[in-house]
Ligand binder design. Sequence first.
Ligand code: AHR
Length: 760
Amino acid sequence: MTASERITIDVGAHEGVEVAPDLWGLFIEDLNDALDGGLNAECVRNGDFEFNADDHDGWDALTAWSAYVVHRAEVRTDAPIHANNAHYLRLTGPVTLVNDGWDGIGTTTGQAFRLSFFARTGAEPASLSAAIRSRDNDLARAEVTVPPGGWHRCETTLTAVAGGRGRLRIDIPAGLVVDLDHVSLRPAGPDGEPLTFRPDLLQALKDLRPSFIRFPGGCVAHGLGLDNMYHWKTTVGPRHERVQLPNLWGYHQSRQIGYLEYFELCQATGATPLPVVAAGVCCQNYPGGAQSIDDDAMDAYTQDVLDLIEFANGPADTPWGARRAALGHPEPFNLRYLGVGNEDEITDDFRDRYARIEDAVRERHPEICVIGTSGPQFFGRDFEAGWAFARERGTAMVDEHGYRNPRWFHQNVDRYGAYEPGPQVYVGEYAARSNTIRSALAEAAYMIGLERYPGVVRLASYAPLLARVGHAQWVPDLIYFTATEVLPSASYHVQRMFSQERGTRLHPVTLSGVEPEPVTLPETGSLRLTSPGASVDYTDVVLDGLVRQPVTTGSSGEPVEVGGIDPAAATLELTATKRAGGEGFVVELGGDSYLQVHVGAWENKSTLVMRGDDDITNDDHGPLRWQGMQTGIPVRVKVRLDGARVRVRIDDELRHDYEQDLRPEHRVVVGAASRTAADGTTEYVIRAVNAHPIARVASIRLPEPFGTAVATVTTLAGARPDDGLPFTSSPVTPVAATAAGDTLNLPPWSFVTAVIRRVP
Ligand code: AHR
């Protein structure tokens, strides 16, 4: 067993600073089947028959359905239930229609489900039977009668007689012709009403005690193309009338969790809403770049934003307040924050449209805190431009995003100590890019840093929040789930530990006995070439003055090692000629820590230098737009490593010239806040990260003499730093214990929260 090192945590008298009260919140986007197939309790997939090839190649109105047909099942669009829900199915019995749900439909004995659908039949009532059926048995079964003439909404309750996993099956007897649409099967709550949210996932969110919830994205907020932009008004009517859209993550958005359900989710979790509306421009990753709402349509769009505020907060005698009340919510939803834009490129069109929206909200709703945007990274062109624009306009808050490796988070614990007065910060998306303990602890260290600067950082949300196993487009995520299980990551436990124990007054902390970890360049390394997606010939290869043999890399991505290098002093020149394939190539230099020079990154559209630490690469410099590798046209590349300085020339143009970040890592990080307990005494909330193989024993000195103090200590520890994988539960869960209030044990690779109170 490794010896412990002693450290001291000296908690100073508080600075009169209030902890940011809404600091810890949630980011919800329909990504990874987070909503449809996830938080949305709906068990039927494609119940509206609206899936199509724009959602996903090969999808159509019958995706997720199969019909065992003696006669016919025909997709039709004439006289539908609503223009926004144009497709329905005409079934001519005998026929059995089966829906797969999302990987099946889970049941437990006694569980009630509410089945509903719109149906239309002839002049006589039609009797259909419905079941949730496993391979061999009916898990639940009921009969439904469809009244004659026109569309009718029909419903029934199916109560499970057994637990298992099945599929929804609807039988249309011989001789009947029935039109069917908006088929829904939802678990029923204790009051027998169909649930909106899947209960176990809802509970996992409630346990995070979020102060705010951001919605609907992320990229989904501004969409790929103007037709894909999220317009809130199209998501609050009856579910079967909502505008459904292709989801830019490659599936379908039913928008059954639309703006009304979002506000209800905020109520259910005690969070304040933080909607993000598009800044009048769509995502710049759309082919051809960002498109803007037409100039003469901007007033109407801006009015929609104002109407959203009225829908959330307006008295019931205002038009949109009345709409909210009519939907069952006479009381306002207490919206205080509004995000405008998401990671947008800061163009003239963006500036113009953002300004119109922000000006209108300022004028009509000065009480709302508007949050601007600053690109997809914690630095770079849009980051700088977004911040400059926000400062110019006096924007209240700026949304910053960054997905970086653990080292970056440990290096940046005090990032916000260096911020100039001006707009405050919402760290709207962040993650240390894996589900390991190492990443979770790096996030915890960073979060202590966020809490440390309440004058700057007001809000923060990890992203993405939810991912269905087998249906993810983005990892890591905070919470994984299957049809029947919730699988919280180590990062989830970190988030929960932060939000569950919060102080109200911040205290300075002096930590002695431990120093930040130096970051150095590796002493030895090698040069490797690789070209996933292309085959490339390299000629005239000169490494540190020595001419090397020509080499070729193939599109499989298999690296070719050229020779050893000193990562602090290396010079490479080569000519690369693409033979085939759509991509460019990568020059990799280094050892455990390495640089990757991407010549033709981002689908052969840019050059980029990445740096890999902790087995995870970060963008280090770039991406910078470039014309790309053309087949048969040679490109001359020169790379020079000189200490921390990196220079990359492509065809004699100096494209990258920067210093690698060698600031030390803060791996032992402590924060302290106090609060007043129910009995009027002061309690201290101490958070400590020990992202290190050596255990520490910390002596705690509080600013006031306490007599005997006792602590409730919650510890997340016991795994190796690289344990923890996507799509599984965290290898460790927090363990609570009672301990003396003057000493804190920090096991290797741990995060600890201690609530210290006086023994009466
Ligand atoms: O969180 C996933 C995505 O990352 C978001 O949609 C986007 O804002 C960011 O690039």
